[in-house]
Design a protein around this ligand. Structure first.
Ligand code: AHM
Ligand code: MG
Length: 336
């Protein structure tokens, strides 16, 4: 029976990536090894997040718990786990984490060809109240492994080799693209394995939801203001859109990918470049959206065409269903 086959033939994320990589004759398994270390980090964070209240992991870094032990804040802890796992994979040469001001250059004896840009625990405002948070990552290839430089990191998003996120929500979901579509995996806690549950994810061409922090509306520019006005008071006879906003990019993007719609973090008068970071927030999510048949725009151009000048640079972003992003693009074009 098909149902039996489904239950006994488990497509784990490792098996899936091995299958994908076997298309490249030059593949030596390095990418699979790198990914398994990212997956390890995600499993650790997933377990830490679900035990956070229990273990009193939550609290300000430097605070002590009832046993008098120093507590590490969940995001600091997550960062340490990812950095150590990535370095020990022996497959990375440069790491850029939202938590670390400077890029980490891996020492020559542990060096590999990959650059990983990541936000180990995104959605910090949602940690303490148990709302979904996530990890976001992007992977580039270094030009010269023996001589890695910051220029290798400051590449446009279209050069990404792979990108993904892991959402720590009601279940733990890892969404990944290695450049040939998007696949979603759910952690089976009893196996400790991510199992393919959402093969070849495609975002609906048009959505019924918009997602934005409307508390910033006072400071928005004209195109964003007009776009949101149209979501609420459509003039073309279509019904108004629903608003959903978690405030964790991973959760808001995941819902957008599954249900369709648009997620926006625009520029405003107080933050002329928006809030989200190019390398480990805007790029990976834009890459996934394009791979799923959607679009990502930054107010000026295709988001993935941006060439960052600094590792922690920010950019406005509008991403989601193809048709919805077309609309905001048209409004920006008209405002020029
Ligand atoms: P963080 O890195 O401090 O967690 O901030 C990033 C988060 C995103 O996950 C989310 O999309 C955005 O900030 C929400 O910002 P705001 O609270 O301004 O709406
Ligand atoms: Mg973040």
């Amino acid at each position: 029976h098909a149902a039996d086959a489904h239950r006994t033939d488990l497509m784990t994320i490792t098996r899936h990536v091995l299958n994908e990589q076997s298309k490249y004759p030059e593949s030596r398994g390095d990418f699979t090894i790198l990914l398994s270390h990212i997956v390890l980090g995600c499993k650790f964070v997933c377990s830490a997040v679900s035990k956070a209240g229990l273990a009193k992991l939550i609290g300000l870094a430097g605070e002590t718990n009832v046993q008098g032990e120093e507590q590490k804040k969940l995001d600091v802890l997550s960062n340490e786990v990812f950095v150590k796992a990535l370095i020990s994979s022996g497959r990375t040469c440069i790491l850029v984490s939202e938590e670390d001001e400077e890029a980490t250059f891996v020492e020559p004896s542990k060096r590999g060809r990959y650059i990983v840009v990541f936000d180990p625990l995104d959605g910090s405002s949602n940690i303490d109240c148990g709302v979904s948070i996530g990890t976001i990552f992007g992977i580039y290839l270094v030009k010269d492994k023996d001589n890695p430089t910051l220029d290798d990191v400051l590449q446009p998003g279209r050069n990404l080799l792979a990108a993904g996120y892991c959402m720590y929500g009601s279940s733990c979901t890892l969404v990944l693209s290695t450049g040939s579509g998007v696949n979603g995996f759910t952690l089976d806690p009893s196996l400790g394995e991510f199992i393919l549950t959402h093969p070849d994810m495609k975002i609906p061409k048009k959505g019924k939801i918009y997602s934005v922090n409307e508390g910033n509306a006072k400071n928005w520019d004209e195109p964003t203001t007009r776009f949101v006005e149209k979501c609420k008071f459509p003039t073309d006879g279509s019904p108004p859109k629903s608003l959903r906003y978690v405030g964790s990019m991973v959760a808001d993007v995941h819902r957008t990918l599954l249900y369709g719609g648009i997620f926006l973090y625009p520029a405003d008068k107080k933050s002329p470049n928006g809030k989200l970071r190019v390398l480990y927030e805007v790029f990976p999510m834009s890459y996934l959206m394009e791979q799923a048949g959607g679009q990502a725009f930054n107010g000026k151009q295709r988001a993935l065409d941006l060439v960052p000048k600094k590792i922690h640079e920010r950019s406005p972003v509008f991403l989601g269903s193809y048709d919805d992003v077309e609309e905001i693009k048209a409004l920006y074009a008209a405002a020029e």
